[in-house]
Design a protein around this ligand. Structure first.
Ligand code: EPZ
Length: 419
């Protein structure tokens, strides 16, 4: 079994180049279904989740080549079948559900396994289905699958009761080939939505307002294949910012635009961490004495839920009381048990985690329970006394490409062992 093995206590220095965003590349690959052409994605992150969604498109007939060396994915969607992808693929990676909107737009109908929940929450899809219905599709979720039928989608107004990232993406993609205008209100504003809209516009779609709460899509008849480089991964960047902070080090992150990580840099600055940024980089420098803070996860531009576990690991090492409130997912504190095993002092009260900083964490064997919880354990291991072994690292490899190599590159003592 593969595990991460970390000897804590090493200071970090140097720079890390941040990858393109997993949460951009996944909807962008799904969006290739909308055109009968060849699309090339450059600087693509070679992640397990990216390979899974490529396999989903291959199961529909797409011809996809992945060049791991060059980090290029070539997607030929000229020939696709309107078949149901294997349910184990959809359940394995929930973001596969993002093919629903494009498939309805391309074929006028589609049947797919319900994605189901995951460790961090039930992850409902009611807002996705509300959007497809508003565009004129007949939607029928039952017996573990959902079928949608529509001769031709028609533009309409859709109000999202919650600014769901996935629902905004699925509805936006479905609307691109619909007749007429679609307005998505209370849309998610995450930068990955803007990146997807930029990709779609490059292919010929007509979209304005992505990145704001109101997105307007004018349907078009046809799209064309393009070459595209997705935006940087702001959560990978945030994870490495915390690596610098938790080890009280100074590192530079390249391929980063601070505009999209303001909530993270603001909160780290409140802790007394030095942040300087340039056009496409950021430098993070942390001294020994940091201040405790309170954090509430919110939809963008608020503090991202995908950084909650990582900042919690940092706060366990900061003297004083910090409170983290998780407002997005109902079960996203599973890293607390594992951090507690490392000596952290954390109490959970509903959606709040109360953290009392301690002198030092101690290394031991811990278990990754989900992607970002696993990342938090790596961060804790970097600073814990002694060595830390992390099991179930497949969770982490879904969203971080060779994280051990990137951290080795700045001086961390971390390796993958197979025992
Ligand atoms: C995306 O998931 C991200 N995944 C998640 O990142 C991220 O945590 C999440 O957005 C929030 O930012 C990808 O982009 C592939 P949501 P998504 O729909 O789209 C409720 C990671 O670590 N909701 O914005 O599934 C839902 O229950 C992953 O990289 C409904 O009620 O998130 C949740 O409470 C984890 N009905 C909230 O919205 C719906 O129809 C946020 O979900 C849809 C969502």
């Amino acid at each position: 079994m593969k595990k991460y093995f970390i000897n804590g206590g090493k200071k970090l220095q140097g720079s890390i180049k941040v990858n393109s965003a997993k949460n951009s590349v996944l909807p962008i690959i799904a969006a290739c279904i909308l055109n009968k052409d060849i699309t090339v994605i450059k600087n693509a992150p070679m992640l397990d989740d990216v390979i899974v969604i490529c396999d989903v498109l291959r199961s529909l007939g797409a011809d996809i080549s992945v060049d791991r060396e060059q980090k290029v994915i070539k997607i030929d969607t000229r020939e696709l079948f309107q078949c149901e992808p294997p349910s184990e693929m959809i359940r394995k990676m929930r973001a596969s559900f993002l093919i629903m909107g494009p498939m309805i737009a391309r074929f006028g109908g589609f049947k797919i396994s319900l994605p189901g929940g995951c460790n961090i929450g039930t992850r409902p899809i009611d807002l996705h289905l509300k959007g497809f219905k508003a565009l004129g599709a007949e939607v029928n979720p039952q017996f573990g699958v959902v079928e949608a039928r529509a001769e031709k989608l028609k533009g309409n107004r859709v109000y999202l009761d919650f600014p769901s990232v996935g629902a905004t993406e699925n509805i936006m993609m479905a609307a691109v080939l619909a007749d007429g205008e679609t307005v998505i209100e209370n849309a998610a504003e995450e930068p990955e939505i803007e990146d997807l809209a930029n990709f779609l516009r490059t292919m010929g779609a007509k979209i304005i307002g992505a990145g704001t709460g109101t997105i307007v899509i004018e349907g078009v008849k046809k799209l064309k294949g393009v070459e595209y480089t997705p935006m940087f991964d702001r959560i990978e960047a945030g994870t490495f910012m915390v690596a610098a902070a938790i080890t009280r080090s100074k590192i530079k992150l390249e391929n980063v635009n601070e505009k999209h990580i303001k909530s993270m840099t603001a909160k780290l600055a409140e802790m007394g961490i030095g942040i300087t940024s340039g056009e496409d980089y950021i430098i993070v420098e942390a001294s020994e004495e940091l201040k405790p803070i309170d954090i509430k996860t919110m939809p963008y531009p608020g503090f991202p839920t995908d950084m909650q576990a990582q900042i919690m690991a940092l706060l366990t090492t900061v003297t004083g009381t910090s409170i983290i409130t998780e407002t997005i997912f109902e079960n996203r504190f599973m890293h607390v048990n594992e951090l507690t095993r490392m000596g952290a002092n954390i109490k959970i009260d509903g959606r709040n985690a109360i953290i009392e900083g301690i002198e030092s964490l101690s290394g031991c064997e811990v278990k990754a329970t989900d992607l970002r919880a696993g990342a938090a354990l790596i961060l804790a291991g970097l600073v814990a006394e002694g060595s830390t072994t992390i099991v179930d690292i497949y969770h982490i490899q879904r969203g971080y490409e060779e994280i051990e190599k990137k951290l080795q590159g700045v001086g961390a003592d971390i390796n993958i062992i197979d025992v």
